[in-house]
Design a binder for this molecule. Structure first.
Ligand code: HEM
Length: 411
């Protein structure tokens, strides 16, 4: 997604706003749209070409409420705009598409490998993967940061799940096809027109084979762990296992690297074309600010369980409400100078990982990957400039960068 810095008083006509259109995120100015909505229509209604309507909330306070108030806003009807016109096949099966108390049963069990205790154990793998990935860039040629770092979370996921290295690239392609089916770079085998669900089914087919293999050959990876845990006194069904493997893969692989890409682009813009890292990088705070800045997940969706109101606007039971996290993280009511990337920002109450019961399960892991990436990039690179314009991901859900060619001066 293009990350822009609209002037404070800029607005666009409300009639021109189409939040579902993926062109908005690659050619248009989504931040101007959200700024307009926060000021003029904080609870906005849009009707899609299909005739299906949805609400969009853009202020931090309302986004926070929609994501955390699960008694009013349910996750069971699908959590992204892409799913608005079809019932979510994973409803009630996949942790992300369940509501408490069922959600709690999954979450209590799933948390162990992603907890603050477990995650530091993955640091050596992460650090050596980053060091190795930087080596080819030292030859002085133009270097595509986006295609280097996109492999990091997938490699970590493959290490945790016990997947072979040769499956990393095909799985990565499928993961992106499922989240950005409109992007021409991603197409799924066997589907004339790529769709999110055709990619989902391919990934689930892949995990089906992994599960069958582990039934005969138990190992100590994450898939075997999921097969062994107890959800309310029973093992997960195959359908639950497949849906949750899919959710973990998608959650892990399509988000983290975009924080690095968006930060690098912002640093080049901030320094008149030649970017550099601060001399003394305040790493944990810088990671939080980079998360706010990039907001890799633009929105999540919920459905009203009963009639309710948001900021005085009536919402009927069953209606879809999208909560725009990327807008909440620029809300001028919550952040001073919201369009400035400030590594020293404090306080920084961003909600890039969401909030409430579904707060990102992988947040500690994502932070570990980002801290290590920033540390290694700072140590290795003196300065950088864009060799070509970045190419953005055609998605209304993931604020992604597909290619980011840089000319880099190594230390
Ligand atoms: C910078 C990187 C990441 C960002 C910005 C991010 C963002 C988010 C957000 C906003 C949610 C809330 C979903 C909702 O409210 O419906 C979420 C949930 C989730 N994330 Fe992440 N995520 C990131 C990395 C990861 C990683 C590395 C994993 C790998 C384990 C992961 C796995 C999940 C899962 C499984 C959920 C569902 C949690 C639940 O329903 O209880 N995410 N993520």
């Amino acid at each position: 997604m293009r990350i822009t810095r609209p002037a404070e008083d800029m607005r666009i006509p409300l009639d021109d706003i189409d939040l579902a259109d993926t062109d908005l995120y690659i050619k248009g100015d989504a931040h101007l749209v959200w700024q307009t909505l926060r000021a003029e229509r904080p609870v906005f209604h849009q009707v899609l070409e299909s005739g299906i309507g949805f609400w969009a909330v853009t202020r931090r306070e309302d986004v926070y409420r929609v994501l955390s108030d699960y008694e009013t806003f349910s996750s069971e009807g699908g959590t992204a705009l892409a799913m608005i016109d079809a019932p979510d096949p994973a409803a009630g099966l996949m942790m992300q598409s369940t509501d408490p108390p069922q959600h709690r049963k999954f979450r209590e069990q799933f948390s162990k490998p992603f907890s603050p205790r477990a995650v530091p154990g993955y640091s050596d793998f992460v650090q050596s993967f980053i060091k190795q990935s930087l080596e080819p860039a030292r030859d002085g040629e133009v270097w595509d940061v986006a295609s280097t770092f996109v492999r990091l979370p997938m490699a970590v996921c493959a290490m945790l799940m016990g997947l072979p290295d040769e499956d990393i690239d095909p799985l990565l392609k499928l993961a992106y096809a499922s989240l950005a089916p409109d992007d021409p770079r991603y197409s799924t085998r066997g589907a004339a027109k790529p769709t999110a669900s055709s990619a989902h089914y391919e990934i689930m087919g892949y995990f089906g084979k992994c599960i069958a293999h582990r039934r005969k050959n138990r190992s100590d990876d994450l898939i075997s762990f999921l097969m062994s845990i107890d959800i309310a006194g029973r093992r997960m069904t195959d359908q639950e296992l497949l849906s949750n493997c899919l959710s973990l893969l998608l959650g892990a692989v399509v988000t983290t690297s975009h924080v690095i890409n968006a930060t690098i682009i912002a640093l080049t813009e901030q320094h008149g074309g030649e970017g550099y890292w601060p001399d003394a990088m305040p790493t944990p705070a810088a990671v939080e600010e980079a998360l706010r800045w990039a907001s890799p997940v633009t929105h999540f969706m919920r459905r009203a369980r009963h009639d309710t109101e948001i900021a005085g606007q009536k919402i009927a039971a069953g209606e879809a409400v999208t909560a725009w996290i990327a807008s909440a993280n620029r809300d001028e009511r919550a952040f001073d100078r919201p369009y400035e990337l400030d590594f020293e920002r404090t306080p920084n109450r961003h909600i890039a990982f969401g909030t409430g019961p579904h707060t990102c399960l992988g947040s500690h892991l994502a932070r570990l990957m980002l801290r290590n990436s920033f540390t290694e990039l700072c140590a290795a690179i003196e300065s950088f400039e864009l060799a070509e314009k970045p190419v953005h991901l055609a998605s209304n859900e993931i604020a992604g960068v597909v290619s980011l060619p840089l000319r880099t001066k190594f230390r």
